[in-house]
Design a protein around this ligand. Structure first.
Ligand SMILES: Cc1cc2nc3c(=O)[nH]c(=O)nc-3n(C[C@H](O)[C@H](O)[C@H](O)COP(=O)(O)OP(=O)(O)OC[C@H]3O[C@@H](n4cnc5c(N)ncnc54)[C@H](O)[C@@H]3O)c2cc1C
Length: 434
């Protein structure tokens, strides 16, 4: 059976690898806008956090499975994992929730978490000596098993592994899905005039998914994303850290740091990637939509810039108002404790947010043979080594009842509010134009 997977980011790459493993004789085409790994993918990054701390036991279980793959089980991605530990500021109640989840999954007393006061954190990690931890954090937890991955390199390895086993990688931008007279999806056409026919069409086009669905069948509201998911961008900044005791030495053995509270909820991945041994990545947890009028459907849809690489990758070309937020994140974390951190590059990184932060891994009920694999909601990357297994189960109708329900296209959505809930629009940022 021929399958086309549109989008070779985290979800598409993993799907291609597992599908080819499960159906070695099947034709599997992986289509993306650029040769792999595509720098516009959210999964193409200097680094991403790998952790299992989830309030939701279902995701904790999946994340533990993924972490096992990152730590040792999967030779494709394991070389790219760095077990630095991760430190969270948190409330006591939420700490208890995580401990309970761990103990339910791993057994009593097995939660791999160290709990410490904010003051103890400041003295144990001198780089946080002046961190204010403002906005409601009561204590910190250190998860020694967590860490970060060289994101683009692991993505590349994943796609290469799929291609080596027979997946065909094609460069092209999907413009529209194609449908037969009965409404079933028959393939996808690209902006350069090609059409790929397939019996299964898997849409894993990340932040572009609602736009692509809208343009594919403007008259068919049932096909479109509606309020199920929204493209949103989060600002990251690479800070160059100078050598010396008040600079890089401060980051020696530093964990990933996450402070999801206050006016500047943020995270920092310490320097250490081979492509940036002196670069600390700070992310301001504040997703922006980019709502524009979709002519075909006569509605506003949030979508990244449509020219492929425009402002999707590392740049200095962002408004000062955004750059100032990165500086505030740096100052909030490190104050005077680390000196001389200068912003080198910025990036608005795009993902798709769902209102409940559950993904959509589902047959599309409005079109036979069409499957949607999207909605990473700013936490999908860590599942790169395993998510394709579950997508294949979905394609084969073998996904568990719970996962089928949680990831369904049509599900009862109970919205949640987290630092990764979109709450601004780029068009309202002074100086933002495109
Ligand atoms: C700022 C930021 C920080 C994050 N940090 C973390 C983290 O620390 N840990 C974590 O686990 N997760 C993290 N995530 C989330 C994670 O990166 C995403 O959830 C995940 O990458 C989503 O995978 P995806 O395959 O849906 O999308 P992507 O990885 O974005 O891939 C989509 C691909 O589809 C391609 N595509 C789009 N449209 C078309 C088209 N029309 N034709 C052909 N190809 C197309 C794109 O070019 C891209 O290559 C973060 C995300 C962001 C934005």
């Amino acid at each position: 059976m021929a399958t086309i997977i549109v989008g070779a980011g985290c979800f598409g790459a993993s799907t291609a690898k597992f599908l080819k493993e499960t159906e070695p004789d099947a034709e599997v085409v992986l289509l993306d806008q650029a040769p792999f790994p595509d720098p516009a993918a959210a999964a193409h990054d200097l680094n991403k956090i790998i952790r299992a701390e989830y309030d939701d036991p279902m995701y904790m279980k999946l994340a533990l499975e993924a972490k096992e793959a990152w730590s040792r089980a999967d030779p494709v991605v394991a070389p790219f994992f760095h077990k630095t530990g991760a430190l969270w500021s948190i409330t006591a109640a939420r700490t208890q929730k995580l401990v309970d989840n761990y103990e339910t999954i791993l057994g009593p007393g097995k939660a791999p978490l160290e709990i410490m006061s904010l003051d103890k954190t400041r003295s144990r990690f001198p780089l946080l000596g002046s961190c204010r931890f403002e906005g409601g954090a009561e204590q910190c937890i250190l998860s020694p098993e967590a860490g970060w991955a060289d994101a683009a390199m692991a993505l590349q390895a994943m796609i290469k592994s799929a291609v080596d086993s027979g997946v065909r990688y094609e460069v092209g931008t999907a413009e529209k899905l194609e449908f037969g007279p009965d409404g079933a999806c028959t393939g996808v056409s690209t902006t350069d005039g090609r059409t790929f026919h397939a019996e299964r069409i898997v849409l894993s086009s990340g932040a572009y998914t609602p736009w692509l669905l809208a343009n594919s069948a403007p008259e068919n509201r049932d096909l479109q994303a509606g309020n199920r998911m929204k493209a949103a961008a989060v600002l990251m900044c690479l800070f160059k850290v100078p050598q010396g005791d008040a600079g890089l030495n401060m980051f020696k053995n530093a964990p990933v740091i996450v402070h999801p509270y206050g006016d500047f909820p943020a995270e920092c991945i310490p320097p250490g990637t081979s492509s940036g041994t002196d670069l600390a990545k700070c992310t301001h947890e504040f997703p922006y939509t980019r709502n524009i009028y979709n002519e075909a459907t006569k509605q506003e849809i949030s979508v990244p810039p449509l020219s492929h690489s425009d402002r999707m990758t590392w740049t200095r070309d962002l408004p000062d108002a955004l750059k100032a937020n990165s500086a505030r994140v740096r100052d909030m974390f490190f104050g005077d404790s680390v000196q001389g951190m200068t912003p080198k590059l910025y990036r608005l990184c795009w993902d798709i947010a769902t209102p409940d932060e559950d993904w959509i891994i589902s047959p599309h009920p409005a079109s036979k043979n069409l499957y949607v694999v999207a909605g990473g909601s700013f936490h999908g990357y860590k599942f790169l080594p395993i998510i394709g297994k579950y997508v294949v189960q979905m394609l084969h109708g073998k996904l568990s009842e719970e996962l089928t329900r949680r990831w369904a296209w049509d599900r009862e959505i109970v919205p949640i509010t987290t630092p990764y809930t979109p709450r601004g629009d780029l068009r309202d940022v002074p100086g933002y134009e495109d």
